[in-house]
Design a protein around this ligand. Sequence first.
Ligand code: OSB
Ligand code: MG
Length: 384
Amino acid sequence: MTPTDRPSPTAALEALVVPAIDHVDLITVSLPFVAPFGTSVHVWTGKDAMLMRLESGGVTAWSECVSDPDPFYAYETNATARHIIKDFLLPLVEPGIALGELEGRFHRVRGHGMAKATVENALLILIATQKGIALHALMGRPAKKIPSGLSIGLKDTPGALLEAVDRAVARKYHRIKMKIKKGQDVDWVRAVRDTFPDVPLMVDANGDYSLSDADHLAALDEFNLMMIEQPLSYSDIIEHASLQQRMKTAICLDESIHSLADAAAAISIGACRIINVKQGRVGGLLESMRIAQYAAGLGVGVWSGGMDETGIGRAVNIHLQTAEGFSLPGDTSETANYFDEDIVDEPVVLDADGYIAIPKGPGIGARVVPELLLKRTIRAERLR
Ligand code: OSB
Ligand code: MG
């Protein structure tokens, strides 16, 4: 890794001390989507989110595991995350040790970034709440307006896609992503471009293609896309580097990046010019901040992805985007794009210019509403 001359973005966070925890609960909620979300790997009709609730000296903090019940986006599922959290990570959480030390202990558990992020984020949110400050302030970052971005799932007809893009443009989203898959790509992008020649547009294939599709994918170069996200396998970086040499459009990696080391390797071989940082996928906020600073320092674009989170994970993603390095609008959309009713008090909305305000208040700002939580809970378990 090329050393950067910037001070570590996480030194102060690594020095924070793990508080004594009175209770740890895992609560899974099931929220139906307003419409099915189609991708090349699966069609989701709702979000079953596993939430972690920490209680410490009368203070409560919530985090969200970004996994799904299924392993179609990532290998982790709600069940594997529960197993890893309960049997391997929580036993390592010892009051009085530094968060950096805890990260070191977590390192022994290979992978399982979503499980790790759930615990690390919950602790950070708890510490911020106990200090009475916002999560972004704990991260050492001032508040700012967060740009918005919408991820539009695969549609049944080009007409339905155009309608969705039209709605997003009317809402003033800062950029629009459309999902593509084999057989539903170049012509569909052309249809959008013919109608919306100037809208900031990108595509996400969730790994549906192989290198033998390079000529076909290069046909996307004429549409002035901001990027193509994860065209090739979730486990590859080498072929992405070859593909990048054969395409003008910038490649963005999502599924392939699980750590700063992954990001450094991908950048060094030219496998991407942009990185989608999902805090859940990379093990939490600290690694996200490291990746963002590192990549940005090498001129690589960085944005915050999403996992169609409830208001808890959505708020975490919003705070994260105050960090150094986040240079592009992320997949942070309005709550109403996914849910009629969330479990937190204030939905994410866009202002007249398409920006998102950071929820005010200690920790993530967003507060869980007990009645809404109860209504949506499908599983609850006290681990400690
Ligand atoms: O590939 O970025 C992805 C949702 C679920 C799983 C994978 C992805 C997505 C999205 C939507 O694109 C992100 C969001 O709106 O939260
Ligand atoms: Mg993606």
